[in-house]
Design a protein around this ligand. Structure first.
Ligand SMILES: Nc1ncnc2c1ncn2[C@@H]1O[C@H](COP(=O)(O)OP(=O)(O)O)[C@@H](O)[C@H]1O
Ligand SMILES: [Mg+2]
Length: 332
C-alpha cells in the first residue's frame, strides 16, 4: 500500500489577513493523492480550492499563509519530504519536475511576446533537463505533438495569441508535462473553454496520467468534470472536507446534504455558475469562533447539534467518509 502513496496532505491550514483580522480559509484538511490516480477537489467558488492547490508548491498570494500542516511527498526512492517545511529554493527544485500546475486561463501564464516553443524549451533549460538546443527543440516538438497540437514544428513558432483557447491550454499542458512530473495540479483547467474543447482537454489529461504514470489533483466547481475524469473525490465547503469517496460511490450514494445539492445541480459542462441555485443561500461569512457545521445555515437536514459542533468524518463504506451529524446514521 505504502508504495502507492504520492502525496499525503495532513491538517493543512491556510489563513488570510484582512486588516487586523486573520481567518482560516483552509481549515485543517487531509487529502491523499495515490500514484497514477486522478483525485478531484470540488466545491463552490470561494471554498478554498485554489488556496489548497497553491499551498502545495508555495505560490500562495502575499496575504495568505500556510499556518499549519504537513504535505508528505513520497519520492521515487522511497524518501519522504515534507513540502510544507521546504524553503523557496528547495520547493523550486520539485516544481516542474515532480509537481507541475496548470490554471484556468493560460494567457495569464504564457508570455505573449515569446514563441510558444521557446517558452516550453525554457522549462527544459531552467531544470537542466536538456542542454543541447537541437535536442531540446526536438523534445518540445514531440511534446506539442503528444498534446494534440497539429503541425507541431510549425506551431512551435506561433505566439500565444495566434492559438485558440483550447490550443493554449494544450500548450500549458505541454509545458507542465515536459519535465515529466509525478503530480499535475490542474486548477479549473477547462472552465474557460467551450463544451467540446473541455471534454477533449479532460480526455487529454486523463490519457497523460495513464501513459506517463502521473497523478493529478483536479480542482473544479463542476461535478460534470469530476464524473468525466476523477477516480476519487473530496468535497469541500468553506475550507472543510465534508465528504470523500471513490467517484463512482459518490455519485451513486452521496451522503452529505451539500454533496447532494452539488449533484442535483450539475451544471451543463459549458456553464459556470457563481452559485448553485438548488442549494438555498449563499456562502456565509463566519466568525472564527464558530464551531458548528459550516453548512448548517443552508442545510435542510440540520439539527440543533449542527449549530454548535462540527461533526467528525465518519466512515460509510471502504474509502467513503462523511462529515455530518444526520447523514448515514451510526456512530461518528
Ligand atoms: N484576492 C483575495 N483577497 C482577499 N481574500 C481572498 C482573495 N482570494 C481569495 N480570498 C479568500 O480566500 C477564500 C478561498 O479562496 P480560493 O481558494 O481562491 O477559493 P476557490 O478556489 O475555491 O474559488 C475566499 O473565499 C476568500 O475569502
Ligand atoms: Mg479557485
Amino acid at each position: 500500500m505504502n508504495e502507492d502513496k504520492l502525496l499525503e496532505i495532513r491538517d493543512l491550514t491556510v489563513s488570510i489577513k484582512q486588516g487586523k483580522e486573520t481567518s482560516d480559509v483552509v481549515k485543517g484538511i487531509d487529502i491523499d493523492i495515490p500514484r497514477r490516480r486522478v483525485v478531484g477537489l470540488v466545491g463552490e467558488s470561494g471554498c478554498g480550492k485554489s488556496m489548497t492547490a497553491k499551498s502545495i508548491n508555495h505560490i500562495l498570494p502575499p496575504f495568505a499563509q500556510l499556518t499549519k500542516g504537513k504535505m508528505i511527498w513520497h519520492g521515487n526512492s522511497g524518501e519522504l519530504i515534507d513540502l510544507a517545511a521546504l524553503n523557496e529554493k528547495e520547493i523550486r527544485k520539485h516544481c516542474g519536475t515532480d509537481i507541475a500546475m496548470i490554471f484556468q486561463e493560460p494567457m495569464t501564464s504564457l508570455n505573449p511576446m515569446v514563441r510558444i516553443g521557446d517558452q516550453i524549451k525554457e522549462v527544459l533549460k531552467i531544470h537542466e533537463l536538456e542542454k543541447n538546443p537541437e535536442k531540446a527543440k526536438a523534445r518540445v516538438i514531440e511534446m506539442l505533438d503528444a498534446v494534440g497540437i497539429p503541425d507541431p514544428a510549425v506551431r512551435y513558432k506561433a505566439f500565444p495569441h495566434e492559438l485558440s483557447g483550447g490550443q493554449r491550454q494544450r500548450v500549458m499542458i505541454a509545458m507542465a508535462m515536459i519535465g515529466s512530473p509525478k503530480l499535475l495540479i490542474a486548477d479549473e483547467p477547462t472552465t474557460a473553454l467551450d463544451v467540446t474543447t473541455q471534454a477533449q482537454i479532460l480526455e487529454l489529461i486523463r490519457n497523460m496520467c495513464e501513459e506517463r504514470e502521473m497523478s493529478a489533483l483536479m480542482i473544479t466547481h463542476n461535478m460534470g468534470v469530476v464524473s468525466a475524469i476523477c477516480d476519487y473525490v473530496y468535497v469541500m465547503y468553506l475550507g472543510t472536507i465534508m465528504e470523500q469517496a471513490p467517484a463512482k460511490e459518490l455519485f451513486e450514494n452521496p451522503m452529505h446534504p451539500y454533496t447532494r445539492g452539488l449533484l442535483s445541480s450539475i451544471p451543463r459542462i459549458d456553464e459556470n455558475p457563481e452559485f448553485l441555485e438548488t442549494i438555498p443561500g449563499t456562502i456565509p461569512i463566519r466568525k472564527s469562533t464558530f464551531r458548528g457545521c459550516e453548512f448548517c445555515l443552508r442545510c435542510s437536514d440540520d439539527i440543533q447539534k449542527c449549530f454548535y459542533e462540527q461533526a467528525k468524518l465518519k466512515k460509510i463504506s471502504e474509502g467513503h467518509y462523511v462529515r455530518c451529524h444526520t447523514a448515514g446514521g451510526g456512530e461518528e
